[in-house]
Design a protein around this ligand. Structure first.
Ligand code: ATP
Ligand code: MG
Length: 436
């Protein structure tokens, strides 16, 4: 993509409405614009990142055996009356009426709908186990939308729902999602700590929240220092039954309110850490709560009807964009982990008025594009300093700088955004490196 033809409205100054760094940087880097409180337009650069995260989430859901479908954003009030949640949900739910005066709502989550779909279309235990997921916009009329996409009102979520014949099966589904989450966050370049979450009044349930450690997180966590020894490699290679799963499910990590309730903390004081976290995922095993309330049964192996054991599994896809920035930036801007970067290479032509520079940069651009490398090519008539600042701000992992001095020596400069390391390479060598 040539920057001269793109739409990248960067801001030089920190916008006053933003309190945390990810929100500031997303506005400054031209990724989002607020439309109304907690509702954002995803500008082209922001959308590319969102789509990359979505793709990784989808790949890991598929790998775990979950099946993608797509449920609508609009739901009927009657569906929610079946579970009893229409009245229980409260003002976070956006409720309205259609032209026939039927009560409808913008879905804040989809347990009811998926339970109805399964109830109406599955008949026997042979239809189990199943995990369904979709990646869809949600609306929650949050009391205090803030921090940009971190706590929006309209936000993109991956939500999955499992159906199993018995609790042992449900635990296998839960573990499959647990593994998918470890792998997903690791591929996004982050260690997300599984935190034991409160499970409400029904005993025997199981729930974990996944938190990115960051000072700007809304939750306060207490955890065993052993958490800090977990490596991205271990997480990225997690499989069902692998030792890391057992280890992480039993490791001590809790939100402060839960930690306060623990009479005897098993972690000695010098090993107990306290930090803030951003909740990026939440998995929940809740048994037959919805299947029983909504009359969802399948015929069991012995002919008697069974309410499937269910779980639900959310990932905040749009929140992750902000969360990744909180965990990965410096004073000059964003530092995208390779897999989510909107472009892999940022190509800078230092002198558009120099025919030799322009020809060399154009040629490099064509060759990289031809090799399938996603390049953002700054071909604008701007000062070099402004171009460097923009590339640093938007966080593309590798920069290639083509200037007249280098070309005289037959080289271009290759800069690593994360380390700042610069290297002079021949055009040939740079091409080889970037297409490897
Ligand atoms: P929170 O405690 O942050 O409000 P939640 O418990 O309401 O989260 P879930 O209902 O489990 O969240 O939703 C699944 C995931 O969706 C969360 O882990 C989070 O990453 C994301 N999410 C929830 N609410 C929002 C929001 N208002 N804006 C952006 N992402 C959100
Ligand atoms: Mg919430």
């Amino acid at each position: 993509m040539r920057l001269s033809r793109y739409f990248l409205p960067v801001l030089k100054e920190d916008p006053s409405e933003a309190q945390i760094v990810s929100h500031k940087l997303m506005l400054r880097a031209g990724m989002i614009r607020q439309q109304s409180a907690g509702i954002y337009v995803w500008l082209p650069l922001g959308l590319k990142v969102l789509r990359n995260i979505e793709r990784i989430v989808r790949e890991e859901q598929n790998r775990a055996g979950a099946i993608e479908l797509l449920m609508p954003t609009i739901q009927s009030a009657d569906l929610w009356r079946e579970s009893g949640r229409y009245d229980a949900y409260g003002p976070e739910m956006l409720r309205f009426r259609d032209r026939h005066d039927r009560e409808i709502l913008y879905g804040p989550t989809n347990e009811e709908m998926i339970t109805a779909v399964f109830r109406d279309n599955a008949k026997s235990y042979r239809d189990l186990p199943k995990i369904f997921y979709h990646i869809q916009w949600k609306f929650r009329d949050e009391v205090r939308p803030r921090f940009g996409v971190m706590r929006g009102r309209e936000f993109l979520m991956k939500d999955a729902y499992s159906f199993d014949l018995d609790p042992a099966g449900a635990k296998r589904s839960y573990d499959a999602m647990f593994v998918a989450y470890l792998r997903t966050f690791a591929r996004l370049g982050m260690v997300a700590v599984p935190v034991r979450a409160p499970t409400g009044p029904i005993g025997g349930n199981l729930s974990h929240e996944f938190h990115i450690l960051a000072d700007t997180g809304e939750s306060e966590l207490f955890y065993d220092a052993a958490v800090e020894e977990i490596t991205l490699n271990e997480l990225a290679g997690a499989t069902p039954g692998s030792e890391i799963v057992e280890r992480l499910q039993s490791i001590y990590a809790m939100e402060s309110e839960e930690h306060e309730k623990v009479a005897d903390c098993p972690v000695p004081a010098d090993k107990l850490r306290r930090r803030r976290g951003i909740e990026v995922g939440h998995i929940f095993y809740f048994g037959p709560k919805y299947s029983a309330a909504m009359g969802c049964t399948v015929q069991g192996p012995d002919g008697t009807p069974v309410h499937p054991e269910m779980g639900s599994y959310g990932i905040g896809v749009s929140r992750l964009v902000g969360g990744i920035i909180e965990a990965s930036h410096d004073e000059n801007g964003i530092i995208w982990p390779e897999e989510v970067a909107p472009y892999k290479v940022g190509l800078i032509n230092m002198r558009v008025d120099d025919a030799r520079c322009a020809a060399a940069a154009d040629d490099l651009y064509e060759k990289l594009a031809h090799a399938g490398v996603e390049v953002l090519y700054d071909d604008r008539d701007e000062r070099g300093g402004a171009k460097f600042a923009t590339m640093d701000l938007i966080g593309i992992p590798t920069q290639v700088i083509v200037g007249p001095k280098g070309l005289e020596k037959g080289v271009v400069e290759v800069k690593d955004r994360k380390t700042g390391a610069r290297e002079e390479l021949t055009i040939e060598a740079a091409l080889n490196r970037l297409t490897a």
